[in-house]
Design a protein around this ligand. Structure first.
Ligand SMILES: Cc1cc2nc3c(=O)[nH]c(=O)nc-3n(C[C@H](O)[C@H](O)[C@H](O)COP(=O)(O)O)c2cc1C
Length: 259
């Protein structure tokens, strides 16, 4: 696999070189000047010299020109409220976090999480200290991160709009708890993936409500491994994005070690 990807990388590197056309444009611009100014003005040595001087400048241009001509265009912006940047920075699929402590279970909806490493598999999760889940997870030091698909959208929103402090959410929402292999928290059977997590760093909880977990056991539905599941992505203000198309068309641009 490595040699193949190296060849692909070599091809990918070769393609940007095939953009010499911008060099022809400066030449085209210098030609009209002498043509529009025939015999009398052509005597002016001062005007022919600048044309000659323009050539070295044209050599320096291609890198800049090729980017502005063939590259992405700048986009016009307007002021945007800083408190709403989350609408652009949604980090990934909405998940359901299940937990248990001394016989009590809970589930919360979570949108603010991030991958922090893959070996060990670390994830950072924002779990607000007003959530009942916060207390259960802090005490038990474990949880399960469950990945629901769009079919569970209504349940996902409703779970995130009530507290397990006074409700058994498994019972209320008709979800099936399954025992974890490595942790005491239950898996949610209706989700396409379940990641059993152990709390490995509690140092940022008081300051940021940020829990750093290590995934110690992962379960995924075969169909969700083969094709990308239709997960929900929260964009704030009640708006969701549903995961759609998956493409590998930019895969060959990766350095092998970055895949
Ligand atoms: C779409 C959505 C995303 C949410 N994301 C988070 C999150 O990232 N962190 C968080 O602490 N609460 C989040 N919440 C809110 C909790 O899910 C909510 O407070 C929940 O009711 C807590 O339940 P609990 O008290 O049983 O733990 C989200 C809610 C919704 C609907």
């Amino acid at each position: 696999m490595t040699p193949a990807t190296t060849k692909r990388a070599a091809k990918a590197k070769a393609s940007p070189k095939a953009k010499p056309t911008p060099k022809a444009k400066p030449a085209a611009k210098t030609k009209p000047t002498p043509k529009t100014k025939p015999a009398p003005k052509a005597k002016s040595a001062a005007k022919t010299k600048p044309a000659a001087k323009a050539r070295p400048a044209a050599k320096a241009r291609p890198t800049v020109k090729s980017k502005s001509v063939a590259g992405p265009r700048p986009v016009k912006k307007v002021d945007f409220p800083v408190e709403d940047v989350r609408r652009f920075l949604e980090p990934g699929p909405i998940v359901l976090v299940s937990s248990s402590y001394q016989g009590e279970t809970d589930i919360m909806t979570m949108g603010w999480h991030m991958v922090m490493g893959f070996e060990p598999a670390l994830i950072g999760c924002y779990i607000w200290n007003a959530n009942h889940s916060h207390a259960l997870i802090r005490k038990s030091k474990v949880c399960v991160v469950n990945v629901p698909t769009v079919e569970l959208a209504e349940t996902v929103v409703d779970i995130g709009n009530c507290s397990g402090r006074d409700t058994d959410k498994f019972d209320k929402f008709g979800l099936t708890p399954q025992p974890g292999v490595m942790v005491s928290a239950p898996l949610i059977a209706e989700c396409v993936a379940n990641f059993e997590c152990r709390l490995v760093d509690a140092s940022l909880i008081d300051t940021y409500s940020l829990f750093v977990f290590e995934v110690v056991k992962a379960h995924a539905a075969p169909a969700a491994i083969k094709t990308s599941p239709r997960t929900l992505h929260y964009r704030g203000d009640g708006a969701f994005m549903i995961a759609g198309e998956t493409t590998r068309q930019w895969r060959r641009r990766f350095r092998p070690e970055m895949l």
